[in-house]
Design a binder for this molecule. Structure first.
Ligand code: FAD
Length: 484
């Protein structure tokens, strides 16, 4: 039999579950990726993610061609509505089955249902596999058979459940001779950005290597400092985290390789690796939350929190615009927003700070912030993004209690103590003494003058006063307390 592998969030040729299954079950295997018009038509015309995907596909195409040892081998790349294009391609190639990896986002599930029905109508099978997470769906349940909604017991159960099989890679290369040459009609190169209707972004200047080779480079670099992860991960000016999130998002690196390495190092007593493995477990945790509780898309995980009255109207719109554009007058918040706007990345500590600021200092609905992140993050992943926002707004599973409100100034003093990160993204404040940098409105007039800072002109005055905002937030959340 022959098969078609449909690549989605798994843009690599090594250790890829669907590719491995197809190669071991079929004599001849074709590979395809669709720039799905249902997703990309709605994106801004300059989108780093589209460029990241495109660059990564060029590498994947080359790798598949090398593995197949055919001049005409490689990836079929289409620009179409995937739910039409995949069944049509399967017909044109005459394959018996299509192979893909699970994608549990609600829209993807809907798309896959449609594809499955259309393939079945033509007598073709649609096989899907776990690939994107280590443990998924209902693989980790409580003793009573329910999904976990608190992280620590989930993590303990995850660690108990995980075994060598879950962490072992799929040896794709061994079977790669079954990769088929592309038919004449599909031999075109990966389409250019312009052909897809997109403009180039400054991706190449971002220090964000693409493709499986880029992911491997970042991982190798990270392994040199993983031991220090625990101590460095909270300081945005320090090269602490792995920066692999975009690669995990698009599957240019195998999550099994990452978890296996971290797990092995943890067993040797490496504290940093143990903490980093926890972060990978958070990733699985939020995927299973989305799987079991799809209402989190658009609604609070805890329904009582949907009764909260958020700010609305022109003033809220103005405050939201100030947050988006990094004009809140709180330097750490503004520097963080400059980071996401300029690079598409934001450090985890800062994601927590800016999310808390939007929800609890400005009183704005967490869903507005969630949507902004969804458009701007290179690593945007519905499950983790929703989980992060609901954590910050206290409406989620295992969220921080609503009365715990980050103080943006003390967060700044604690996690950017020398103001290095702020200076990097807010050059207009660079000459301020460090103490004044965290809260410029408290600086002495002479300090501001010497640093060339004119508040309300070269840098904004704060758009909200933290103590008053804190008070309003506690009142706003009172509906939750009375519902509890
Ligand atoms: P590292 O510290 O090196 O962590 C390794 C990997 O673990 C990450 O790449 C990521 O895949 C996973 N991970 C780490 N922290 C978390 C977490 N809290 N939840 C789930 N997975 C985690 N992460 C995304 O991948 N996509 C998002 O859209 C996203 N949105 C977020 C929104 C908010 C409000 C918050 C607070 C967090 C969000 N995160 C999101 C989680 C986290 O901030 C990023 O995964 C991390 O900053 C990525 O950087 P890194 O790869 O250097 O992380």
């Amino acid at each position: 039999p022959s098969g078609l592998v449909w690549f989605r969030r798994d843009l690599r040729a090594n250790d890829q579950a669907a590719l491995y299954r197809a190669l071991t079950q079929c004599q001849e295997v074709h590979c395809a990726f669709v720039f799905d018009r249902e997703i990309i038509d709605a994106l801004p015309r300059a989108d780093r993610r589209v460029e990241f995907i495109r660059e990564s596909l060029v590498e994947l195409d080359e790798t598949l061609r090398t593995l197949s040892r055919h001049e005409q081998g490689g990836l079929i790349v289409l620009h179409a509505v995937a739910s039409d294009a995949i069944p049509e391609l399967a017909n044109a190639l005459g394959v018996q089955a299509v192979f893909a990896n699970h994608d549990d986002e609600p829209q993807a599930l809907e798309r896959d249902r449609l594809v499955r029905t259309r393939l079945a109508a033509a007598g073709r099978a649609f096989h899907t596999f776990k690939d994107h997470t280590i443990l998924e769906r209902s693989e980790v349940l409580t003793q009573t058979g329910n999904p976990y909604s608190v992280f620590t017991p989930y993590k303990n159960a995850w660690l108990k459940k995980v075994d060598a099989f879950q962490l072992t890679g799929y040896p794709v290369e061994r079977h790669a001779h079954r990769l088929a040459p592309r038919p004449q009609a599909h031999c075109q190169a990966v389409p250019t950005l312009a052909r897809l209707g997109f403009e180039a972004t400054a991706l190449s200047q971002l220090n964000l290597p693409t493709g499986a080779s880029g992911a491997q480079r970042l991982f190798n670099d990270f392994l040199g400092r993983i031991e220090r992860y625990e101590d460095t991960r909270n300081f945005p000016a320090v090269k602490g985290p792995s920066y692999l999130s975009v690669h995990l998002r698009f599957g240019t690196i195998s999550p099994r390789l990452l978890a296996r390495t971290a797990h092995g190092l943890m067993l040797q007593g490496n504290r940093g690796a143990a903490t980093w493995l926890s972060e990978l477990i958070w990733r699985d945790f939020y995927f299973q939350i989305l799987h079991h509780h799809p209402h989190v898309v658009g609604h609070s995980f805890k329904p009582a929190y949907d009764a909260i009255q958020w700010e609305s109207g022109p003033e809220a719109n103005t405050l939201f615009a100030a947050w988006c554009e990094g004009r809140t007058g709180y330097p750490l918040v503004d520097a963080a927003m400059a980071q996401i706007n300029q690079t598409g990345y934001m450090h985890n500590r800062l994601r927590m700070v800016v999310a808390s600021f939007l929800v609890k200092d400005l009183g704005i609905d967490w869903r507005w912030g969630e949507a902004y992140f969804a458009t701007h993050l290179n690593d945007f992943d519905l499950a983790a993004n929703n989980g992060g926002w609901q954590w910050a707004s206290s409406s989620g599973c295992d969220a921080q209690p609503y009365f715990r409100i980050f103080n943006p100034v003390s967060q700044s003093e604690k996690f950017d103590p020398e103001g290095k990160f702020i200076r990097r993204y807010l050059p207009q404040l660079a000459s301020l003494p460090t103490k004044a940098l965290h809260a410029p409105w408290l600086a002495r007039p002479l300090e501001l003058q010497d640093a060339g800072v004119r508040l309300g002109d070269t840098y904004p005055l704060p758009v909200a006063e933290h103590d008053a905002a804190r008070h309003r937030t506690l009142e706003r959340y009172a509906v939750v307390k009375s519902a509890a």
